[in-house]
Design a protein around this ligand. Structure first.
Ligand code: GDD
Ligand code: MN
Length: 237
């Protein structure tokens, strides 16, 4: 059997302070693992792409792959764009703002192997998982979204809106094709569809730490989109 390879998708929008740290941490924690990091920058005004190019010079073109786009086209389509260029048989998606710590990735990999899972999802809402640094409003939104979705769709995973996950590549491709939503609701739809298809999901508790540098791109319109997406899935699945 060929050795497993892991493609890490890092979507970035204005992450110039965070990118060197996340890449350094990834290389530190994945030194024993065959991997590549695919950076999908959407024309960040803070010139994140220039930083990414410097990192590529340091770590090499086989480790750091750049797949930029001209302008901000959203997180969902950034993943779709990244998957097309992934050469690994497993794909890991995570945020680039240090909210998702690379130290958990070896645990994801172990979990996948132990249970032969199709998906391993990082969870803030089970076991030792948690959220640090969010204000009450943000906590309520996230908890609320998870709670309502649990009741309406019974998806069989504890963290539906999180985006720190490992997928078999062919599973991710199939799910992405099946998903209709873009934006923030995308993560939740992926898990709901996974259950429809009968894919198996393992969970690893993670601590999510709010970003230090830069700003979240979550706003009121994303919350409305989420609610619409949830109702759509409730009506159609
Ligand atoms: N390429 C690209 N294009 N990247 C983007 C875009 C975009 O339009 N929008 C955001 N990103 C990148 C950010 O640079 C970061 O690496 C990651 O996507 C997450 O964006 P944040 O703005 O930091 O998201 P958040 O912290 O508010 O939301 C997180 O928690 C949500 C709820 O748990 C993310 O993990 C969401 O996916 C999650 O749903
Ligand atoms: Mn964030």
């Amino acid at each position: 059997m060929a050795e497993d390879k892991y493609s890490i998708l890092l979507p970035t929008y204005n992450e110039r302070e965070n990118l060197p740290i996340i890449v350094w941490l990834l290389e530190k924690h994945l030194c024993d693992v065959n991997h590549e990091v695919i950076i999908i920058d959407d024309g960040s005004p803070d010139k994140t792409l220039d930083v990414a190019k410097e990192l590529q010079k340091i770590y090499g073109k086989d480790k750091i792959v750049l797949r930029p786009r001209e302008k901000k086209l959203g997180l969902g389509t950034a993943y779709i764009h990244g998957i097309k260029h992934a050469t690994g048989n497993f794909v890991i998606i995570m945020d680039a703002d240090l909210s998702h710590h690379p130290k958990f990735i070896p645990e994801f990999i172990k979990k996948q192997k132990d249970g032969d899972f199709d998906i391993v999802s990082g969870t803030r809402y089970s076991g030792s998982g948690g959220v640090y640094g969010w204000d009450l409003k943000r906590k309520i939104i996230s908890r609320g979204a998870n709670y309502v979705t649990q009741i309406l769709l019974r998806p069989g995973a504890s963290d539906l809106t999180g985006s720190f996950r490992l997928y078999r590549k062919e599973v991710l491709e199939k799910l992405v094709k099946a998903c209709v939503s873009k934006g923030y609701v995308f993560q939740m739809e992926m898990i709901v569809r996974a259950r429809q298809f009968g894919f198996t999901i393992g969970e690893v508790p993670i601590s999510f730490v709010d970003r230090v540098y830069g700003e979240s791109k979550l706003g009121g319109s994303e919350i409305i989109q989420f609610a619409k997406g949830l109702l759509y899935l409730f009506a159609t699945t």
